[in-house]
Design a protein around this ligand. Structure first.
Ligand SMILES: [Zn+2]
Length: 427
């Protein structure tokens, strides 16, 4: 299908940032074929872009889609009480069907708020990947791996879940798979080494939670005599393409290691603040060259998967925390939420709105109070928009949402099934 977006204001890459330019965008198949005056090109469909803003789709670099079920059900708890006291007991009651609908709710929310790709960590084989495959979104999917030793039966079963999904859903070109060791406090060294062997065998990247809380770091010093980053580095994990979620509690040496090894840090500023874990050292990490992307974490701790909220909070919390107004700029935030996120997920030619790139595009309505007057659209995306302005979402040239209608997802059914599941789980 050839789609022409006519007379749209587009956020195009310029000098490492973005510039807003009035133009046409011509999409052919899954690719942006031309940006500029496309009046002479024949399209199957024309979208009137007058008064609209086009941007590369947002990339959510860390979430747990099924946990959208737990939205507004585990609040005002410190991280360890939240995880071990509240979330894990609820997870024990989840059926595969519950997880399917939770993941559906996540995909629905992400499409509605302009996310076109995400990195997921989940807890079962089949059901969650099935839901994501139906959404049309791009995703890198990892089964959360917990285990001790090379012969831990449940640990091995979790690795097999990863491989099952990889084999079953490999035919979906928008889905990729990663090894997802949960964290250093839910795995031991022998198990992590086994996970790395599997990652090498199947050429998979690694997705892990890292240095999220002070307790994780203190326990690591007690047990291993070094920081979590040093522990994994010494083990050789960072030879793999690694996305490390959180990276809140980092030493200067940790930052240096992450920069030198090219590890992607997926920062989840709202989740980190809400669970009392603190603020990552993002300005220091950026200065040192750590590649930083933005994640929402799950709706169990955020409580949304709306990237607009995290983009704004990411900018504001570091400005406030460092008492420096340009600690993180709107231009830097948008780049983290698009280009760097896509790189973190290993998506080629994605995350930038340019000729020859994959057509993952969102179109926002600028005739809304949050965009008016039409001053700086990049600032609007970071500081004043809230995601409700997103009208149309395209992934690989396929329209997933048009004028806020998502024809292939049954919204009412998703809400019904999620409410039904939570009534049972939380009773
Ligand atoms: Zn997480």
């Amino acid at each position: 299908m050839r789609i022409l977006i006519k007379d749209v204001t587009a956020l195009l890459p310029k000098d490492g940032g973005f510039e807003a330019k009035k133009c046409d965008i011509f999409v052919s198949g899954d690719t942006v074929e031309k940006i500029g005056d496309c009046g002479e090109l024949k399209a199957d469909k024309v979208i009137n872009g007058e008064g609209k803003l086009a941007s590369a789709g947002l990339v959510n670099a860390h979430t747990h889609s099924y946990m959208s079920l737990f939205r507004n059900s585990a609040d005002d708890l410190m991280f360890h009480d939240w995880l071990f006291g509240r979330i894990m007991p609820m997870e024990d009651k989840l059926t595969k069907e519950d997880m399917y609908w939770g993941a559906m709710l996540a995909c629905l929310e992400m499409i509605k708020t302009g996310t076109t790709a995400f990195l997921d960590m989940n807890i079962c084989r089949g059901a969650i990947t099935e839901a994501i495959s139906k959404s049309g979104l791009k995703a890198v999917i990892s089964r959360g791996l917990v285990g001790n030793g090379r012969n831990d039966e449940s640990g091995l079963e979790r690795i097999n879940d990863t491989l099952y999904d990889y084999r079953t859903y490999n035919k979906f070109p928008r889905l990729k798979f990663a090894m997802g060791p949960h964290a250093i406090y839910t795995t031991d060294r022998a198990y992590l080494e086994l996970v790395m062997e599997k990652a090498a065998e199947y050429e998979m990247p690694i997705n892990i939670h890292l240095s999220e809380s002070v307790k994780e770091v203190e326990d690591c010093y007690k047990e291993h005599g070094c920081s979590p980053v040093e522990y994994l580095d010494e083990m050789g994990m960072f030879k793999f393409h690694t996305v490390a979620a959180h990276c809140v509690q980092l030493s200067d040496n940790d930052i240096k290691i992450l920069a030198e090894r090219g590890v992607y840090a997926a920062s989840n500023p709202i989740s980190n603040a809400k669970l009392g874990n603190g603020f990552a050292r993002i300005p220091d990490m950026m200065k040192a060259g750590v590649k930083t992307a933005i994640g929402t974490d799950s709706a169990g701790s955020n409580n949304t998967l709306n990237m607009f909220s995290d983009m704004m909070f990411m900018a504001l919390c570091h400005k406030g925390n460092t008492r420096t107004a340009d600690a993180v700029t709107a231009q830097e935030i948008l780049k983290m939420a698009t280009q760097t996120g896509a790189e973190a997920l290993g998506l080629e030619n994605t995350g930038v709105l340019k000729e020859g790139a994959r057509a993952d595009i969102i179109i926002m309505d600028m005739n809304t109070p949050s965009f008016q007057p039409l001053n700086d659209p990049t600032a609007a995306m970071c500081y004043s928009a809230n995601g409700s302005e997103v009208e149309t979402v395209m992934v690989d040239g396929e329209l997933l949402m048009e004028n806020r209608v998502i024809p292939h997802l049954d919204e009412e059914r998703i809400y019904f099934e999620c409410n039904k599941a939570m009534k049972r789980i939380d009773s």
